[in-house]
Design a protein around this ligand. Structure first.
Ligand code: ASP
Length: 372
């Protein structure tokens, strides 16, 4: 798809949501409180880029909820309703950035990019990484097309799918332990080295499911509860049963190894599936795919009990896939079998994007796309 205003400046909308990039000292610790305009004022703008700021909310992302994420998803779609907008940058805390990025990506059908970024060091400090990350994110947002939702951090460009926070404090906070990064940004260049694999995009969830973050509206449709249960030595099926008792409609089992647990946990999974819950099996191992190898409570039995393996997706993103499948009533997924088929599609992510660059790039950006 070609851009609509070739030759003009690239119009990028920055949606500010908080995180360390907006965090200042509060006397006892840091918390997000700087506005999007304040955050933007710390970064130089790439040549030929104009920016508008939307202050959506201001939280540290360990406090992120599905309500925040759905509000952001809707804001992204509303922003792209304006054909003059060339791309979106979302500033976000790093703690749950991978979850928000993946939810946006699963619903992203636009050629124009959404680029998430943030910082490991706080707002307004001399050694802060926020300004550089924001500059890079703007440059990527002004330069690429058809790559879906991206994470730009420390000069690296990552696909939303599969990318996780792998460093608690170091500047290169994100990577996909099972795949190469998508590309690099720096020295006025955006280099895309491989293409993301993305399933056909979902339609936006029902508007009634978008509730104001933090508000309690007794009449609102409750968002589906999806819990993650981690397996370990002495792992107890009690936690799967407790999740169900709390109303979980989806469960991600973060299993050991290539997707293994115990016969007792497998029995709890079978009960959960029989009660209509979606169950996905990920692993606490950082890299590599899930695989049906073992019986005796292993992935062979978990799959036979009705659980789906998550490929190379780790638990937090697998949870987002389950949530998205549950939200997708508009995609005809109310029937359990169809919903399971949809979840399988979201977990597998089979479609390879066709790349395109915004013609001309940002004034200072050149870009190179190489097929993987
Ligand atoms: N705790 C912060 C957050 O996720 C960390 C960060 O932004 O880097 O909001």
């Amino acid at each position: 798809m070609m851009r609509t205003n070739d030759g003009g400046p690239r119009r990028i909308v920055v949606i500010s949501t908080g995180g360390t990039i907006a965090s200042r000292w509060q006397g006892t610790g840091y918390a997000a409180d700087a506005s999007g305009s304040d955050v933007l004022a710390t970064a130089p703008l790439p040549e030929g880029v104009t920016v508008e700021v939307v202050d959506l909310f201001n939280v540290n992302s360990s406090r992120m909820t599905s309500a925040h994420q759905l509000a952001l998803l809707r804001t992204v779609h509303e922003t792209f309703a304006d054909p003059g907008v060339d791309g979106i940058v979302v500033t976000h805390g790093t703690d749950t950035l991978e979850e928000t990025a993946f939810l946006l990506d699963l619903h992203h059908s636009d050629a124009r990019p959404v680029v998430l970024t943030g910082a490991q060091r706080p707002f307004g400090t001399g050694d802060g990484d926020g300004p550089g990350n924001l500059y890079d994110a703007l440059q990527v947002a002004a330069s690429v097309r058809e790559l879906g939702v991206l994470v730009v951090f420390d000069g690296r460009v990552h696909a939303a799918r599969g990318t996780v926070k792998t460093q608690t404090l170091a500047a290169d906070a994100f990577s996909d332990p099972s795949a190469e990064r998508l590309g690099r940004v720096g020295f006025s260049r955006v280099d895309v080295e491989r293409l993301p694999e993305r399933p056909a995009p979902l339609s936006l969830p029902d508007a009634a499911l978008t509730v104001t973050p933090g508000a309690t509206d007794p009449g609102a449709t409750p968002l589906p509860r999806v819990d993650i249960v981690t397996h370990h030595a002495d792992g107890d099926p009690l936690f799967i049963r407790a999740a169900l008792a709390a109303g979980a409609r989806g469960i991600v089992l973060e299993a050991t190894g290539a997707g293994n647990a115990t016969p007792e946990i497998t029995a709890a999974v079978a009960d959960a599936v029989a009660q209509g819950a979606l169950v996905a099996v990920s692993t606490r191992v950082p890299a590599g795919p899930l695989a049906e190898i073992y019986t005796g409570g292993g992935a062979v039995d978990l799959v036979a009990a009705g659980a789906l393996l998550t490929g190379t997706l780790r638990a937090a993103q697998a949870r987002i896939a389950v949530l998205a499948a549950l939200l997708a009533e508009g995609d005809g997924a109310t029937d359990p079998a169809r919903r399971t088929a949809l979840l399988r599609r979201l977990l597998e992510g089979p479609v390879r994007a066709e790349p395109a660059l915004a013609t001309g790039g940002s004034r200072s950006a050149s870009a190179v796309v190489t097929r993987a």
